[in-house]
Structure formats: structure tokens, C-alpha cells
Design a protein around this ligand. Sequence first.
Ligand SMILES: Cc1cc2nc3c(=O)[nH]c(=O)nc-3n(C[C@H](O)[C@H](O)[C@H](O)COP(=O)(O)OP(=O)(O)OC[C@H]3O[C@@H](n4cnc5c(N)ncnc54)[C@H](O)[C@@H]3O)c2cc1C
Length: 448
Amino acid sequence: MADPLDELRDSLTGDVLVEGDREYERARLCFNLLIDRRPAAIARCVDANDVAAGLAFGQDRGLEIAVRGGGHNPAGHCAVDNGLVIDLSRMRDVQVDPDNQVAVSQGGATWLDFDAATQAHGLVTPGGVVGSTGVTGLTVGGGIGHLTAQYGLTCDNLLAAELVSPAGEIVRADEDQDPELLWGLRGGGGNFGVVAQAEFRLHPLERVVGGRLEYDGEGVAEALRLFRELAIDGPRELSIQAQLATDVSLAPQLAVVPCFTGVGEDPELLQPLRTVPGLVKDSVRRQGFLEQQRIFDPGYGVDRNYWKGHFVAELPDSLIDDLIACMTALGRPPGGILIESLHGAPKDVDPASAALGYRDAAFNISAMASWTEPAHDEESIAWARETAAAIEPWSVSGGYANYMQADEPIDRVRAAFGPDSFARLQALKSRYDPNNVLRRNQNIPPGG
Ligand SMILES: Cc1cc2nc3c(=O)[nH]c(=O)nc-3n(C[C@H](O)[C@H](O)[C@H](O)COP(=O)(O)OP(=O)(O)OC[C@H]3O[C@@H](n4cnc5c(N)ncnc54)[C@H](O)[C@@H]3O)c2cc1C
């Protein structure tokens, strides 16, 4: 009897992986080991026509469809049990037009691909801080990283996209053709179709002053307060993040990660951070942007993860104390708490240009539980939820869609955009995906 998947194989220029194929296990693996799913088939597409063929096959056969870019979404949206994965990992080409300072990136490119291509011309766009993360997946959720203060959110630099709708149409979204779709892709996630290629604005930049300042014990609270002042009052030439952790004895640890692109090798504004007692490591120096992009370099598919957080308007001393206390609450190292600053360029952009709703926040604070033992699932998940509950009184939105788990209630997704933008996104969803074929994401149900 003919294999029903032969029809899919015949319709693709790319290939199809099924259980038993040598590359299947690697291809189904999510960054987050908490998610362990076995798709019926993984369609490794090579172009927009392949994506359209995959979408058509999945719908004809009643298969649930997942879209895989870099595989990083902590909710594991890139994999689906017994369904079809539209896998973009063979679509990673990045073309750079240095004269016009524009890059065109295929839908499965990672930041490693993107940065390598753009840095060859001394250009950047503000992206994610971990190289294996998908460029498009990150962009359609917003995009916060080492150059946010300088150049805005990643989606603020998205100029155009070519999208394959679930109906198989290939459409272009830019300021002239379907600006509403471009607006929706700036934060509204993978709800409207599969982006086959995306076009980004580039900026000249090769070297930065960056690295890590690491603190132990008593110095952690003071360093975190200084981080806060720098983030609130600092210039737009300085993007800055902070990450709380603990050592095995549960003593708090803090890494402050600046990325300065102004004039000078040793910016004076970082000096106060260097005088805090408890500074145990200072690797901040002038370095290439590609080195800065390797500061956070977690292994892919090695930890179990559960993340939950809030955008906040302020980081008061009492919240700093609560966050440090949360780090010891589990009785073993729980993972970390990431604090990302949103000062600078994101505030300059017209809020009406993008669907996302957290531009006004001062910080994004995320409890990121990570562990290896399945026996620790329940208590690690509880730790992330309880830590997020400690942040919630300062919350100004429903949280960052890019870091959301699959169990977030729709109210949190709606709050991430605000009611008006959410209704507008629902109308856009009805136009492009009325049957909610693409629902393995931070889902915006059709409506409006
Ligand atoms: C280790 C790590 C580091 C991270 N660092 C950052 C960071 O610095 N800044 C930040 O803002 N976020 C960061 N994130 C979050 C990340 O941006 C999101 O999880 C994002 O969804 C990952 O995209 P992906 O393609 O890698 O993931 P996948 O799991 O492959 O895809 C997730 C979803 O994105 C959508 N999607 C992906 N590609 C396409 C496409 N071509 N067309 C349409 N939809 C698509 C689909 O809905 C898909 O289900 C990080 C996540 C991890 C795990």
C-alpha cells in the first residue's frame, strides 16, 4: 500500500523526516527538554512553495501543524505529537545589501547565521542574545537584546515580510502593501502565516564595550540597584541586562551585562559598578559584536525550563530584596531571574507602528526555572510561578509572549497587547487564518 506521506514527499523540494529516520530525533528536539513530542512527519522546507505544500498537506489530512524556526520557544510550540512540523531549518540564507543597509533573512535563519552575514559588512540589527535562537520567531514576538537601547526592539527593525498563509497564498507585508499585516507581525507572533523571508534595517556597528560584571553574596543587592539606576538614567548608547542566580550553597550571584556603543574604551558610567564590594569577575572590555553575542551561550536541549514573568514600570528596592529572597526559596539552585531594560530607542518608536503592548515598561523581569531531573518538574514550575507572583504587583502588562509557556491563560496573552490591539489582531487572524490552523503559538483566536 502506498505511504500517505509519499504525496508530501513528492510535493516538496525539501525532505520529510519520520520516526526511524537518522535525523528525526535531532529534528524533533526542542530547546526546552520539558517538551518531548513525536510528530508524525517533519517537512523540511527549502522555500515558500514547500511551505505552502506542507500547509496544504497538513490541512487536507487533518494533521495538527507546528512551525519550527530555531526551536527555542520555551512553550515547545515547534513540535506536535502525531502532527506535521513545518521545519524551516533548511531556510537559513541571509542576503545583505550593504549599500541600502538592508538584510533579507529566510524564515529559519538563526542569529548565528544573521550576525555572521551582517557583520561581514560591519552591520547589525538588534537581535537576541543566544545565537541558536530563530531570527523570525524572535522578531514576531518583539525581540529584546544587547542593542535594544540603541536601535529598538528587533520588530522595530522589521521592514517587510513574505508570508505563506494557511490558504497557500504568498503575500508581502510592508509599509505600502498590507501595512496592517506588517503591524501584526511586529509582536503578534506566528499567528497569521509562515514567514518565508523577512527584511531588516541594518546599522553600522562592529565593536562594543561589553562583557560581564559578576558579583557574589553581599554585593548583589547594591549592584542590582546600580544596574537599575544605569538602566533608568543611562544613555541610549548603553543596553544593559542583569541575571540573578545562586551558587550551590545558595549564595546569591549576579551578572550585569552591559553593551556600550558610545565613544571611549572604558566608559565612566560603568565605573560605579566596578567599585561594588563582591565584584568577583569583570570581563567588560572593547570587543567585536560577535563576541558580545556569545556571552550567554546555553546548550540546546540539555535543560528542562519553565519561564514566567512580567513587564514592570519600576524596580523598587523592596522588589530587589524580594527577587534575591526568591533565589533561595527552593532550597537548591532554581535557575535564574533575568531583568532586561527597555530604556532608550524602544520609547522613540511610534507605538502605533507595532502590535506589541509593552513598549512603555521599564524592565522585563522573568523567572527562568531550569533543571535536569524530571522528578523536580513540579517544584521547579511552582518556583517560577511563585517568583512571578512576587513580581506581579508591579506588572504593567500580561508578560512577554516570547517567554510564555503554553499554559498561559488567554487573558495574559490579551493583556500583553491591550484590548484594542488584541481585537485588531483577532481581525487580522480572521483574515489570514480563520480556521486557526496555526494555533501552536501564543494564540490569538480569530474574531472581530
Ligand atoms: C535560550 C534562549 C534565549 C533567548 N533569547 C532571547 C533574547 O535574547 N531576546 C528575546 O526577545 N527572546 C529570546 N528568546 C525567546 C525567543 O525569542 C522565542 O522563544 C522565540 O519564539 C524563539 O523563536 P524560534 O524560532 O527559535 O523558536 P521556535 O520554537 O522554532 O518557534 C516558535 C514559534 O515562533 C513562530 N515562528 C518561528 N519561525 C517562524 C516563521 N518563519 N514564520 C512564522 N512564525 C514563526 C511560530 O509560531 C513558532 O511556533 C530566547 C529563548 C531561549 C530559549
